[in-house]
Design a protein around this ligand. Structure first.
Ligand code: ADP
Ligand code: MG
Length: 410
């Protein structure tokens, strides 16, 4: 390279960079315009001073040790340096310090060429700060999410516990209600037995009276006849008790049974009170119709429906009182309808009649449990459903239950 070219080269470097030179002891021997501009010192203030005039007090000593160790080994040192300007402000420069050697290979001076990266560093630092803020925010967020999740989980567990408790309470209430309903049914049973015994009891009274007469007449044959009659009456009376006993015993197992039989059994229990209420009963059920489930429980449900119909019909002042019981069957279901002509159910009551304790009857006449029991029996025990319609001048309760045992019983 010629001298002229070298001169141009030097100018190009100086114009585009921040350049300084020091002697081997670090005393400044040369600075260019750019160096003065960035450091805020004049050439006069810099030349002859130690280069550490722009040293930033925040930079650790070991950085300088590394610098000196490197350049004294005649190697180039590169770094991003943090410097301080005359006015105390900080600037960053990407710095390359190169030792200049003489013909003997000894260090003659050092040249430092730098460019300003203050903006870059500021940006990077701002970015780092933002990143840190973000990660703090993030972990704060994570913590909140964790806390919330924990709270939610606890809430959930509490809720589950509460539900379990409530369910247990409800079950207890159901048990109580069933007990009450059973008692109510028993009360009804006893009054029905009383009804059914009224006639045989008076029959027995007559028999005893007649026997006493035959006894004084010494009519042995007559006595024998009355005795046989009395035995029949008593057998019938105990049969009534037997009927009720079977009836109030819940079945242990599901079975297939004749619907007509079940209805007849139920009616035989109610015969007395229905006759007294002057109710016409029409039963229209084909012999072959069957249903599958707990016969006695279904019978209990039917009994509740009939006694409701009876109550409603007793309030009816004009016209015939009729109760129609009919049934149909298809492949899967048996339908049983119990319809009266007592005027039906009020629109306002319609939605509530299956609720426990809902009654429109006088306090000591209605428990409000009858239809609740019906619904429970039909839905829970019989896998069926029950609904009601107002039609033909009265209420029609329709029960739908499985007709046969399913191969795959759910
Ligand atoms: N066949 C019916 N006709 C008119 N109303 C009825 C009939 N069956 C039930 N109800 C109405 O439904 C209510 C609830 O019946 P239920 O649950 O058996 O309780 P309870 O008979 O003790 O009142 C009755 O109070 C009555 O208002
Ligand atoms: Mg009732």
């Amino acid at each position: 390279m010629g001298r002229r070219e070298l001169e141009q080269y030097k100018r190009a470097v100086e114009q585009s960079n921040i350049v300084s030179k020091t002697d081997i002891n670090g005393i400044i021997t040369f600075v260019n315009e750019e160096f003065c501009k960035i450091s805020g010192y004049s050439k006069e203030e810099l030349i002859g001073k130690n280069h550490n005039i722009v040293r930033h007090p925040g930079v650790p000593k070991k950085n300088f040790r590394l610098l000196w160790n490197t350049i004294l080994k005649k190697e180039t040192f590169k770094t991003t340096a943090k410097n301080r300007a005359k006015d105390g402000s900080t600037f960053y420069v990407n710095t390359t310090i190169t030792p200049i050697l003489n013909e003997n290979g000894d260090i003659e001076e050092f040249i430092a060429i730098r460019y300003d990266v203050t903006d870059n560093v500021a940006l990077t630092e701002a970015l780092k700060k933002k990143e840190k803020e973000l990660s703090l925010l993030n972990s704060a967020l994570e913590n909140r999410v964790k806390e919330q999740t924990k709270e939610l989980r606890e809430l959930n567990q509490n809720l589950e516990r509460r539900i379990a408790e409530e369910t247990e309470k409800n079950r207890e209430k159901d048990r109580l209600m069933f007990q009450q309903a059973r008692l109510a049914a028993m009360g009804e049973t006893i009054s029905n037995i009383a009804h059914q015994w009224r006639q045989p009891l008076s029959e027995l009274g007559i028999i005893i009276f007649t026997m006493k007469k035959y006894f004084t007449d010494k009519n042995e044959k007559g006595i024998e006849k009355q005795y046989e009659h009395a035995k029949k009456v008593i057998t019938k009376m105990s049969k009534t008790i037997e009927d009720f006993r079977n009836f109030s015993n819940p079945d242990k197992e599901k079975s297939s049974f004749s619907v007509k039989n079940m209805i007849e059994d139920t009616l035989s229990i109610l015969k007395g009170s229905l006759r007294k209420a002057a109710i016409n009963i029409e039963v229209d059920i084909d012999e072959h119709i069957t249903a599958y489930g707990y016969k006695n429980e279904l019978s209990q449900a039917v009994l509740n429906l009939i006694s409701n119909a009876k109550d409603a019909l007793l309030d009816k002042l004009l016209g015939e009182k009729t109760l129609k019981i009919s049934s149909t069957q298809n492949d899967n279901f048996t339908t049983l309808s119990i319809a009266d002509n007592a005027g039906g159910i009020d629109d306002a009551a319609m939605d509530k009649i299956f609720e426990p304790y809902f009654t429109t009857k006088h306090a000591n006449l209605g428990t409000g449990l009858g239809l609740y029991i019906v619904k429970t029996i039909i839905e829970s025990s019989m896998n069926g459903n029950v609904c009601v319609k107002n039609e033909n001048g009265g209420a029609n309760f329709i029960i739908k239950i499985p007709a046969k045992e399913k191969i795959h019983d759910e």
